[in-house]
Design a protein around this ligand. Sequence first.
Ligand SMILES: Nc1ncnc2c1ncn2[C@@H]1O[C@H](COP(=O)(O)OP(=O)(O)OP(=O)(O)O)[C@@H](O)[C@H]1O
Length: 303
Amino acid sequence: MADAFSLEGLVKRFGDVLAVDDVSVRVAPGEVVALLGPNGAGKSTTIDMLLGLTRPDSGQVRVAGVSAAEAMDRGTVGAMAQNGTLLRDATVAELVGLFASLHRNPLPTREVLKRAGVTEYANRRCGKLSGGEQQRVRFALALVGDPELLVLDEPTAAMDVEGRRRFWASMREYTETGRTVLFATHYLAEAEDYADRVVLMRHGRVVADGPVGEVRAAVAGRMLRAVIPDATQDTEAALAALPGVSRAVLRAGHAELSCADSDLAIRALLREFPRAVNIEITAMGLEEAFIALTTDAPEGALR
Ligand SMILES: Nc1ncnc2c1ncn2[C@@H]1O[C@H](COP(=O)(O)OP(=O)(O)OP(=O)(O)O)[C@@H](O)[C@H]1O
């Protein structure tokens, strides 16, 4: 079966900024993939190239075996931009109907409104909707062509907790039909709860790619915490240099050590700092893995 989409060696520069630096990702049909990364990591630029909105300087995009432009033309892809403008004076139903008239094989408007969970404000003018409601209308517009692949750039950015919950409930219904989804997000919990796979970007590169559990394991998954009495300003560097430790943070005598090998680290800690107390070792959460992978730790320290 053809990939739902593939990105091969994508590179994009804006002047001196290398926004996307050799990104390759292949996604199979039915996968729900979260694209995670801090601000400026290159997520939106990657998405724009996937959608054919930006031309890569080099590399190739294929969507269901054809070019991005061809896939858009065929209605294979539905996209939801972060903040595209909606026609303020049109009602939600009118806008969905307008979009439907532009598609070759649109879903009935009523079905789109239902799938996106916007039926209750179908007759309201778009200009009267809250930011979160407008996001849901953008989601409806992405569904009009009944696409095989949905691409969403920070879909829940303007939504409150309840809006987010309802949005993901609609998404679940959509993905249960075997469709492929790529969504960019800053919310780690969303990646953890709704994605099968996480692609983590930093400085334009993919720094981790795999199931949520594997991404955690990529940082060897343990956090060692301890209180270090009599810590001095050199202590943090000394902790970071311990064998098995990939990163150390020390605040007011409380040490947090990201460990590649926590057994090695705890032995070394007790040897070098025999007065350390309140020691605990926990599995690293995705949040901690994310921070460890996306902050400027020394290269190679995260393996
Ligand atoms: N049109 C542009 N012109 C110049 N620089 C750009 C342009 N688009 C993006 N960049 C730069 O490219 C880099 C990657 O930006 P991009 O928007 O892809 O990151 P992102 O991961 O989506 O960030 P965010 O989470 O803030 O949306 C940034 O340094 C950004 O400033």
